[in-house]
Design a protein around this ligand. Structure first.
Ligand SMILES: Nc1ncnc2c1ncn2[C@@H]1O[C@H](COP(=O)(O)OP(=O)(O)O)[C@@H](O)[C@H]1O
Ligand SMILES: [Mg+2]
Length: 283
């Protein structure tokens, strides 16, 4: 049996994600890194690391699909594709009945109306840090807290406060004022989560909110935002086991589907040889 593998790389504003899937759509390896400044070098590094994890070489990969905000900086990619299509495809691979997907990443928040892995409509907010992961990053850094601890802290809240500023800088000031007035930290953090969830809930209102609703992106790792989103939407919100990877998985699967369609038309597909040379070149 010839084993065939496909890679998806999602070079996001904040995190870079790579997933390698096999011909049965099973994940063989995944790697997540902070994006940083040197996109090409990073793309190469995450790819090499995921190949090593899967015990494969670049020649074993039939197709590399790149997505995300830095997708043009993936020198070994066979093709680039927009994030929206990849998220729609990726989310459906975890939850086939998804109708509304909400992705909150480091720099934007998106709502996707989907059916059977296809994108039907979308809304997006990317003009401002408020309502994105950056909002939580800035405020947690100012408070000396780790971003991964915010969720658990907020679950202890009994009376969340309102954080009403629509600007990240002013919201940070509001948080400091609440704390100086003696409001417990957990109630302030719960208020922040409610603010970010409320923005997304209002944004996706234009799309019909119907189950299954799935939440992805790095912010979906925060259980406090998941809970606040459920409260704001008034329905359950599903989160994949690794919400960061939905775009990269979607990219890998769309790459596979592209190859299958090309083969069905009798076309040949490119081998991995060129990509290996280019990838090494950028080390
Ligand atoms: N372990 C974690 N716990 C909570 N939040 C996280 C965690 N890891 C990342 N995040 C949040 O996810 C954001 C990045 O999400 P991601 O979907 O990778 O964005 P992008 O695709 O724009 O790079 C960060 O800004 C941070 O707020
Ligand atoms: Mg993203």
């Amino acid at each position: 049996m010839v084993l065939i593998y496909f890679a998806g790389i999602d070079l996001g504003s904040t995190m870079t994600k790579v997933v390698i899937v096999d011909e049965d759509d099973q994940t063989k390896a995944s790697v997540v890194y902070h994006t940083g400044a040197e996109h090409r070098r990073l793309a190469n590094r995450v790819m090499e690391e995921s190949l090593a994890k899967a015990n494969l070489s670049i020649d074993d990969i039939s197709f590399v699909m790149a997505t995300g905000y830095g997708r043009i900086n993936v020198p070994f990619a066979d093709r680039q594709i927009t994030e929206l299509s990849c998220h729609a495809r990726g989310v459906a691979s975890f939850f086939p009945h998804v109708r509304l997907a909400i992705d909150i990443g480091g720099q934007d928040a998106k709502g996707l109306k989907t059916r059977d892995g296809k994108l039907l409509d979308f809304v997006m907010s990317d003009k401002c840090a408020a309502g994105t992961g950056r909002f939580l990053e800035v405020i947690s850094a100012a408070l000396g807290l780790k971003i991964e601890d915010l969720g658990d802290i907020s679950l202890r809240s009994t009376q969340k406060v309102s954080v009403s500023s629509t600007c990240t800088v002013f919201a940070q000031q509001e948080v400091v004022n609440h704390l100086s007035e003696g409001v417990p930290l957990e109630d302030v953090i719960a208020g922040l989560h409610d603010a970010i969830a409320g923005r997304s809930a209002r944004m996706v209102n234009r799309l019909k909110v119907e189950p299954d609703v799935v939440f992805t992106g790095g912010v979906a790792k925060n259980v406090g935002v998941v809970k606040a989103l459920e409260e704001n939407l008034g329905c359950p919100v599903l989160v994949p086991e690794e919400p960061l990877l939905s775009g990269a998985i979607g990219a890998a699967l769309l790459g596979k589907e592209h190859v299958l369609k090309a083969l069905a038309r009798g076309e040949t597909i490119q081998t991995g040889k060129r990509r290996l040379e280019e990838a090494t070149f950028f080390k």
